[in-house]
Design a protein around this ligand. Structure first.
Ligand SMILES: [Mg+2]
Length: 147
């Protein structure tokens, strides 16, 4: 089966980490963009309306990951978010999950773990989009009087 690439946005203020992660994700066939702060994350989501999953660092200067997550949930409710948290920030992880993040990973993130969570996030995103398409189709058919 041909794998359909996920469109992923990596957000981390540690530039080396973000680039390394992006490279590995590209190697396994994903389409990846990376930015290094919250503002650029929101700007990118605004500009590219086809991002499936955001991998979001929580600890960033300026706008932190939790603030970014809240904005994503408000403005881009279909986008799935996987948080990257540091050790000892279990409370932040819980907070993020309650705010609607799909899942979280402790840094330094294990790639196999991340790949599995990405797969889950992408699946949820696909199913959600499929339900929207089905509802839109129903609406369209009703409008045209065929339903
Ligand atoms: Mg950071």
């Amino acid at each position: 089966m041909v794998k359909i690439p996920a469109r992923i946005l990596v957000v981390d203020d540690e530039v080396d980490f973000a680039e390394m992660l992006s490279l590995r994700l590209k190697e396994v066939g994903e389409i990846v963009l990376s930015v290094h702060n919250g503002q650029d994350c929101l700007k990118t989501l605004e500009e590219k309306d086809n991002i499936d999953v955001v991998i979001l660092d929580i600890k960033m200067p300026g706008m932190d990951g939790i603030e970014v997550l809240k904005e994503i949930r408000k403005k881009f409710p279909i986008v799935e978010v996987i948080m990257l948290t540091g050790h000892g920030s279990a409370e932040t992880a819980v907070k993020g999950l309650k705010l609607g993040a799909y899942d979280y990973l402790m840094k330094p993130a294990d790639f196999t773990d991340l790949a599995a969570k990405l797969e889950g996030a992408r699946k949820r995103s696909d199913e959600h989009k499929e339900r929207i398409r089905a509802a839109e189709l129903k609406l369209l058919l009703r409008k045209t009087g065929e339903f």
